[in-house]
Design a binder for this molecule. Structure first.
Ligand code: ATP
Length: 960
């Protein structure tokens, strides 16, 4: 008959059978619920419970196992994540109870057959989570949660709404993890995933955690816990498969799962138990605990899984105040612990400093990547670095960290630093003397702040020379490179930092071309001889963008550091630096090369670095320790501060002249914009061309001529010089008067106008004609050929013209066409553009005037010397003649940041070019007194630059 029954009959019968089976199962379930596992011998049960209680105290002490009602909120965590955690109380008999523990972190997972819609399960999850978080040191347990109770409920409610409006809305279950909200900001427990998309994102993160190399590097002291309170309704079989796979692989990778509602209900209910998980089944009155992974409660010999032979009453919801208090404490601890400080990058303060050898290379910690220090160095393989970041990205902070880190590790015999910043502002102050703190970092040999392009060009030139000297020494020794060469002579590694490099290269002029050529040459030759470059700035630094091949210039810079906005120093396809916050950097040691997204990049790390200025005391302490350990007579850095104006009276060469020790008369004009801050002098003797023509419209030119005359006077013993000070224009009268008065105290001085000057021209007596305003229209009385004759014939007879022309053409008229100007005079231009000077020299001149700078052409060399003219209008009494002199000049002047500190006690402020002081070569010897003074002098610029003098620095910056 069945065979002939229609489909409808067969369906009805199947439905009836199903209903009957369901009714039977339900009846069996309630009978089973009431039938607890049969207790064995009661006395043994008591004994066993006793022993298990003691064992639990050992296995799960404190937070992991104590009843939560009795644990104090301030109970400390353990040393690491607990292996066993309590899920409830097992009660084989009413009064024989012991904690029910499950092995979790480090061993397996927990699968609860009911999801958190059951309030007991929600409470249990919160209890487990609280225990695990509180028992683990803050930050070592990261939790990701999935909780679709509300979403599922909304789906269901919406279904209901169609039939019964509003039903179910008010009874939405609370978020299972809401009491843990305080952990979100600390990154310990972000808001739970509530839908399938969220679930999948969490699964992806967990998969990355499990598969090393597909995400950020995993810290082995961290565990990831994935807690599922309720799976989203739309969870598909693929998602469930991913959860199973994670459970399978997680244990070895520090990933653990607590899944409520497993096996999941619904169409995919037929699911194997969760791999490596202890199952917990929640019944009406109690729960049952299955066997943990790879073992059995009955004993290892058990063939069939038996589970714990006792009902378990799962832990109840922990008190919300306790959860809240613990979470806040954890969040605070994580926040405090994640704040990096300079100390994290420096050697332990208890360790001696500067013990490392730089023979094979030097390295320092530059930041932290996921809790691990990241160290980068300078070796032959990674000789030079490019560091890029937008303004205020922390470039100075990063560089300071690196330089302090290197200085703490390598002593001055192992490491020499040259620091230059073309940008406006006081850089490198941490390394230099200030008014209040006279210590310095002894590894620093030179420092240029608000440095001119010419300064940096000189620095590059000096270092290229140094690399060449080393290379030659290596060749003489049979082709030795740095490491071998060091065995025969003390040879520190040199690190040269140039910040704001684009200011050097932005103008595509001759200087930029020359600078690029020097960088190129230095990068190549320095590599094998321990001379290393760190070029820093914004954007592509003006040198990237081209091809990075092994042989290209960029190929010499394998280390690329991209701070916020610094992506252009990475390869164009490498977007690792996109969206970086301040305080982070991508450190790439393969020329900025990227790689497939998500793939391991052994050559690239995302680091966090501290702001060193949050720890000024660490900086000061380190600087003092380094300074106190410096070699005897070690010299402070030679400092160039772009905004500072040097004083004649403090000039070492001027002092030498004043003391009667000069070799011959010379006009001192200022200090060169170079590494050694040499005095710019025009020798005045019987040779051709020993006159000075100052060209330029402003007061600076007038001051320069007066200072030149004073310095010449200082070269003559009192009473032996003869000066005619003439003014042909009104503007210079006060300065000329002051000059004449000053000189009159020492020498024979005639203060004259045009007639006196004309008379003086006819006198054959040796002496100096100091003439202000030679461009005044007085051609009848003073025709160009008379002046030309004086310029040409005067010097051999001991007569020299020091003259000032406001404009260039009248001077050009003095020089005959075709005559070489250097046979007539040294020319100093102050405020005159190079274009106007072409007529003087007969060739184009590259010079763009800027405040507080002058250019000297002396001799046949086409290239002029850039100088900072002496700032003071009057020399005052003899240098070093006591406090009055110093005080008076300082007070009058008020513009000299660099030179103020000396207060008249500094015997030789600045480097004396006569001494041949050479910061690159000499400082190691520690015997250069001139350098020492120079440092003292200019270091003041660090602490003192006032607003006025900064404006000058800005001018210098603009012209760059
Ligand atoms: N690691 C850091 N974390 C947070 N803030 C930082 C960090 N380093 C520096 N800063 C802050 O960022 C600001 C800029 O820092 P810094 O002067 O080092 O930047 P910069 O890139 O050199 O700036 P600029 O080129 O404009 O002079 C400062 O206020 C500094 O305190």
């Amino acid at each position: 008959m069945d065979a002939v029954a229609g489909p409808r009959t067969r369906t009805n019968r199947a439905a009836a059978l199903h209903r009957r089976a369901e009714a039977t199962a339900s009846a069996a379930s309630s009978i089973l619920d009431e039938t607890r596992p049969a207790p064995a011998d009661q006395r043994r049960q008591y004994e066993l419970a006793d022993r298990l209680r003691s064992a639990a105290t050992l296995l799960a002490p404190g937070w992991a196992g104590e009843p939560l009602e009795t644990v104090a909120a301030e109970t400390p965590s353990g040393e690491g994540p607990p292996v066993f955690v309590r899920v409830g109380t097992a009660a084989p008999l009413e009064d024989a109870r012991f904690p029910a523990l499950v092995p979790l972190l480090g061993i397996g997972h927990l699968a609860i057959d009911t999801d958190a819609r059951d309030p007991r399960v929600a409470g249990l999850l919160r209890a487990i989570l609280l225990r695990l978080l509180a028992a683990t040191p803050a930050g070592c347990l990261l939790v990701r949660a999935v909780d679709a109770i509300r979403t599922n409920d909304t789906v269901r409610t919406n279904d209901t709404v169609r039939t019964s409006a509003g039903a179910g809305r008010s009874s939405a279950p609370p978020d299972t993890f809401a009491p843990f909200a305080a952990l979100a900001d600390a990154g310990l427990l972000p808001p739970p995933a509530v839908d399938v998309a969220g679930l999948r994102a969490v699964l992806t993160e967990a998969e990355q955690w499990v598969a090393p190399g597909t995400g950020r590097p995993r810290r082995h002291d961290r565990t990831l816990l994935l807690v599922v309170a309720a799976l989203p309704e739309l969870t598909g079989p693929t998602d469930l498969g991913r959860i199973e796979a994670l459970a399978e692989q997680g244990r070895a990778a520090g990933l653990h799962l607590v899944v409520a509602g497993w096996p999941p209900a619904g169409p995919y209910a037929i699911r194997a138990p969760l791999p490596q998980a202890t199952p917990l089944s929640v019944r009406n009155a109690y729960s049952l605990l299955g066997d943990p992974p790879d073992t059995s409660f009955v004993g290892p010999a058990a063939e069939t899984p038996a589970g714990l032979n006792s009902p378990v009453f799962v832990d109840e919801d922990p008190p919300p105040a306790l959860v809240d208090e613990v979470c806040r404490r954890l969040a605070e601890e994580v926040e405090a612990g994640s704040r990096l400080s300079l100390a994290n990058l420096l050697p332990d303060p208890d360790e001696p400093l500067c013990l490392a050898s730089s023979a094979e290379g030097i390295a320092t910690t530059v930041g932290d990547a996921g809790g691990r220090p990241v160290t980068v160095g300078f070796t032959e393989l990674t000789p030079h670095w490019l560091v890029s970041g937008r303004s205020a990205a922390g470039r100075a902070a990063f560089l300071t960290n690196v330089l302090l880190g290197l200085s703490a590790r390598y002593g001055p015999d192992e490491l020499v630093l040259h620091l230059a910043d073309l940008g406006e502002g006081e850089s490198f102050a941490e390394f230099l003397q200030t008014e209040r703190d006279r210590s310095w970092v002894p590894q620093v040999r030179t420092a240029g702040m608000a440095a001119d392009r010419e300064y940096v060009l000189d620095l590059l030139g000096e270092l290229t020379e140094e690399a060449r000297r080393r290379e030659e020494a290596g060749q003489r020794a049979g082709g030795q490179r740095f490491t071998a060469l060091r065995e025969h002579q003390p040879l520190p590694r040199v690190v040269c930092v140039i910040d704001n490099l684009p200011l050097l290269l932005a103008d595509r002029d001759r200087l930029a071309a020359e600078a690029t050529a020097r960088v190129d040459a230095l990068a190549r030759s320095g590599r094998a001889y321990g001379v290393h470059l760190v070029l820093a700035g914004e954007g592509d630094l003006g040198i990237t963008g081209g091809q990075t091949t092994r042989d290209s210039m960029l190929g010499q810079f394998p280390v690329r550091v991209a701070l916020a906005g610094g992506g252009p120093v990475l390869e164009p396809s490498n977007d690792a630096a996109a969206g970086l916050p301040v305080g982070s950097a991508v450190v790439n040691t393969a020329g900025g090369l990227g790689g497939p997204r998500g793939a391991t990049r052994g050559h690239e790390r995302l680091v966090r670095f501290p702001d060193p200025h949050e720890a000024p005391e660490s900086i000061a302490e380190l600087r003092h320790r380094l300074w106190e350990a410096r070699a005897e007579r070690s010299a402070p850095p030679v400092v160039f501060a772009g905004w500072a104006g040097p004083l004649l009276r403090n000039d070492p060469r001027y002092r030498t002249a004043f003391a009667g020790r000069a070799r011959g008369p010379a006009a001192l004009l200022g200090r060169a914009v170079d590494l050694s801050r040499s005095t710019v002098a025009v020798p005045i003797g019987p040779a051709a061309g020993r006159n000075i023509a100052v060209l330029g419209p402003g007061a600076e030119a007038v001051t320069l001529l007066a200072t030149a005359a004073r310095s010449v006077a200082a070269h003559h013993r009192p009473g032996t010089g003869r000066f005619v000070v003439a003014t042909l224009c009104a503007d210079a009268v006060p300065v000329a008067d002051a000059l004449a008065t000053d000189l009159a105290g020492q020498h024979r001085v005639d203060r004259v106008g045009l007639p006196g000057l004309l008379a003086a021209l006819d006198v054959d007596e040796p002496g100096y004609l100091v003439v202000f305003g030679l461009d005044e229209p007085t051609p009848q009385e003073l025709p160009p050929d008379r002046l030309r004759a004086l310029l040409r014939e005067g010097p051999p007879a001991g007569r020299h013209l020091l003259g000032w022309w406001r404009t260039v053409p009248p001077f050009t008229a003095v020089i005959q066409a075709g005559e070489e100007v250097d046979k007539l005079a040294a020319v100093v231009a102050v405020g005159v553009p190079g274009t106007q000077l072409a007529a003087v020299f007969g060739h184009p001149v590259q010079w763009r005037p800027r405040p507080n700078r002058a250019m000297l052409w002396d001799g046949p060399d086409e290239r002029g010397v850039l100088l900072v003219p002496f700032a003071e209008p009057s020399a005052g009494p003899a240098p070093g003649n006591g406090p009055d002199a110093a005080t008076r000049t300082d007070a009058e002047d008020g513009t000299d940041a660099a030179n103020k500190a000396g207060s008249g006690t500094d015997a030789t402020n600045g480097t004396d070019s006569e001494d041949g002081a050479d910061p690159v070569n000499k400082a190691g010897s520690g015997t250069d007194a001139a350098n020492e003074a120079g440092g003292g002098d200019a270091a003041e610029a660090t602490g003192r630059a006032g607003a006025g003098s900064r404006a000058d620095a800005a001018g210098a910056g603009e012209s760059a």
